[in-house]
Design a protein around this ligand. Structure first.
Ligand SMILES: [Zn+2]
Length: 493
């Protein structure tokens, strides 16, 4: 008889498992964005309830998702290091925040009050506030202070269900200062259990001692090659390059200059565009595709490009983006909602979905949009942008992963993907959006690659002995409560 196989985690008897997709789809778009795959418990021949199970292997990847009876049969003699009874609970993929600015010091609470009285973004920036104020305050903070601020923010994102988060630099502006922020972001990615997709946003604003053309050229010719070397030497972790493509900041031509260099260096493209004015950032996608095809190395460009915001995107822009089969629109419903600007242009979620453009969501967490919570972003997308609950869910899981070129590993609960998931204390996943705020009361566990990284207090500890599938399914459910020590709370690591 062959030796029994060992597995990291079995979660069983769940009421519902939200898979999102199960055939390796990279995105869900159009009508499919409204149709994620959701499995519900069923009744057996004798009227008994048959719940749902998920198995995570020793590498942290999903091995199987199926009904309890199938899993019990398949893994009867297999050994599980940990097991978790999820009777009456819901299992959902970890949420993915596709757009945040989490590393900075100080705050902009006074500007929030000014904006409520009618001050515009540009008026605040010109008066010495906005980005420049945060750049000054970030520059004065020590590395340790910035790391602890970042760690605390990531912890609160995780408590709201985020397991993968895009993190931008951008409050350094100069290369040296930006490198400091990227180094701290790498430390967080290395030391904390969340996965960070890190983005260079040196082109966040133009420093006062130069002009946009000179600065864009400097980023393209000097910053990008320097960052590539630093990445290859493992000094930083860097996946994406971003530009604030906006009137008064970086026009399309200068944005292209930077992004072309970034793309040729192998980084993903992730742009702020058409947020405040209809600048036509959508033209960048075609320009970059043409450039990629003009280079032999990139003759076949299989990566997704993404543009965030798009509040002012024109109808022509929507039609152009709809033609690109590798484009994701990252919409940020909280940005204007938090400022109370709900009567101005909203991100055109419905038009994008109707035109088959995959839509992702992010919090846009930053000093002037202070919200950690993806469930609140999802709620806001539903009530202010007209997205369905299902579209909002897909936008915060699979499509958000695709916007970061990570949907091969994240964003759905299917075989071979990462075992990143949430266990929700509710009868249906829709409670995550239906309930506004206090989501840590709904999220019982956050699990990353098959390890519980957060559980609601009070923590219960019991010494876990590996058990076989047969033993786990046979025992009384009360005794199979999850194992979690206080020391396993990642904030205390
Ligand atoms: Zn942003």
């Amino acid at each position: 008889m062959s030796r029994p196989t060992t597995h990291k985690l079995l979660i069983y008897s769940a009421k519902q498992i939200v898979q999102i997709s199960k055939n390796g789809e990279e995105v869900l778009k159009g009508i499919k964005q409204d149709q994620p795959i959701i499995l519900n418990e069923k009744f057996g021949d004798n009227g008994e309830t048959i719940g749902l199970s998920i198995v995570i292997d020793m590498t942290g990847r999903i091995e199987a998702v199926d009904f309890d009876d199938q899993i019990k049969c398949q893994f009867r003699f297999a050994i599980f290091e940990q097991s978790l009874c999820a009777k009456g609970l819901v299992i959902l993929p970890g949420l993915i925040d596709a757009h945040t600015h989490p590393i900075w010091a100080g705050d902009r609470v006074e500007e929030f009050a000014m904006k409520q009285k009618g001050a515009t973004y540009n008026e605040i920036t010109l008066s010495g506030g906005g980005i420049y104020k945060t750049v000054r305050e970030t520059d004065l903070a020590s590395d340790e202070k910035l790391y602890n601020l970042l760690k605390n923010r990531l912890y609160h994102m995780m408590k709201s269900g985020t397991t993968l988060v895009e993190c931008k630099s951008g409050y350094g502006l100069g290369l040296e200062q930006e490198m400091r922020l990227l180094t701290i972001l790498k430390r967080a990615n290395d030391e904390l259990p969340l996965t960070l997709s890190i983005t260079y946003l040196g082109a966040h604003a133009v420093p006062s001692n130069t002009n946009v053309t000179t600065f864009a050229q400097e980023i393209a010719d000097s910053h990008i090659p320097f960052l590539l070397d630093a990445y290859l030497e493992n000094k930083i972790s860097l996946q994406n390059v971003d530009v604030f493509c906006e009137t008064g900041y970086f026009d399309v031509e200068n944005s292209f200059k930077i992004l072309k260099a970034a793309r040729r260096a192998g980084f993903n493209i992730n742009v702020h565009g058409d947020e405040l004015t209809p600048i036509g950032s959508y033209k960048l996608v075609d320009m970059l595709r043409r450039d990629a095809h003009s280079c032999n190395v990139y003759s076949v460009d299989q990566r997704y490009y993404s543009i965030s915001h798009l509040e002012e995107l024109s109808q022509e822009g929507i039609e152009v983006l709809a033609k690109d089969c590798k484009f994701v629109a990252v919409l940020l419903p909280l940005t204007k909602f938090i400022l109370g600007i709900t009567d101005k242009n909203k991100p055109p979620a419905r038009q994008l979905i109707q035109n088959d453009v995959p839509v992702a969501l992010g919090t846009d967490f930053n000093p002037s949009s202070h919200c950690y919570s993806m469930p609140i972003a999802m709620y806001t997308a539903v009530v202010t942008m007209g997205m369905t609950l299902e579209e909002s869910l897909v936008a915060s899981t699979l499509n958000a992963a695709a916007s970061l070129n990570m949907s091969q590993d994240y964003g759905s609960l299917e075989r071979d993907k990462m075992g990143d998931l949430l266990v929700l204390d509710c009868s249906d996943w829709k409670h995550l959006i239906y309930q506004l705020g206090n989501h840590d009361q709904l999220i019982n566990y956050v699990i990353k690659r098959g390890s519980i990284i957060y559980g609601r207090a009070p923590f219960r500890y019991s010494k876990g002995e590996p058990q076989t599938g047969e033993m786990i399914f046979a025992q009384k459910r009360e005794k199979s409560l999850p194992i979690l020590t206080k020391e396993e709370n990642w904030l205390l690591l």
